[in-house]
Design a protein around this ligand. Sequence first.
Ligand code: ZN
Length: 403
Amino acid sequence: MDLPNVHRRLEESKDAMASFLMGILRIPAIGPANGGDGEMARADHLMGFLDGFDDVRRFDVLDKAHDGVLRPNILARKTGRKPGTVWIVSHTDTVTPGDLSEWRTPPFEPTYRDGTVYGLGAEDNGQAIVSSFFAAKQFLSEELNGMSLGLALVADEETTSAMGIQWLIERGHFSEDDLIIVPDWGTTDGTLVEVAEKHLLWVKITVRGKQTHGSTPHRGLNAFAAGAPIVDGLHRALKERYPGTDDMFVPPASTFEPTRALETVGNVNTIPGTFTFWMDCRILPCYDARQVLGFIKEWVAATGADAEVAVEQRTVSGKPSSVDTDHYRALESAVEDVIGERPKAVGIGGGTCANFFRLAGMDAYVWQSGGGTLHQPNECLPMDIAVRDAKVFASLFHKLCLS
Ligand SMILES: [Zn+2]
């Protein structure tokens, strides 16, 4: 089977891809931690489209924090003769639709207009599901003399991944022979492949003073005034202490940004007794996130202010995925086949399913094209982009699975 033929068939599948995608989006799949029923109904629906795979396994993982809710994961594989599987990993869950009045079309009643599907989850991660499904479909009646071909449809990505990709990795469902592609981040033109992520550290800093009337500051201690130099000083001190850059990353340096602060008092004539703010830190993998936290605690203590530093979230990143492998070169050339340009390997601020593979010592690559409407009202997927991604995945299967 020649590749131009496969690509032509995918171009002719645009409307079929749109209706497949709309069928998925009609079934809500919001995780229980975000107030939804989970992904079971959507996973049941997807099971109906897996004819032609040699091996379909389903793992429904009990969500202990939400009584009786099961979080479904599906691994569908067509077996090849050589070791290893080319996996495309997609997640089935979505975030909530947010403010419904901002949606021009209902989030759970997908609309296909001018070649674009609108609906919650169309891009994140419907794009990955539909493009990988249609790419795989082109090879299901072929003899695979190369690697196996696999689709992983996982739950719980928008919250913890503990009952999704992390659960599967911990139970040994992937191997070092596999090529892992995670289409969950990309650039409009598809010219970047994400191979590394920064560590993520969110800290909450609470500065305490003593509340009093606005006209008698000497009777209290102004926590806002004590906190302001901490916001600014810490912002500068972190940049100075961790100046390293790595040109693979966009942006190349670690970032340490004060992002959120609580209102101090509700009126102007009170000296505030507490001031609380947060820092969002994205740290290059060459640094240790625990050391950064230690530095923040010491620096704040040295100011002499009565302040508490607490960790709100910390995600450690695995080591960058190698770009010096035959697998990576196959991905590069599959992208080049379709977009006419060799993609560049980059690191970003994080975080996707790919990091769980990297933490387990495996390489994983994040690639897709288009994007930019995820987690927003009127999320959408132009079907030309789904076709383009499907062509890249088909190219990859063609290179690695057929022979
Ligand atoms: Zn996503």
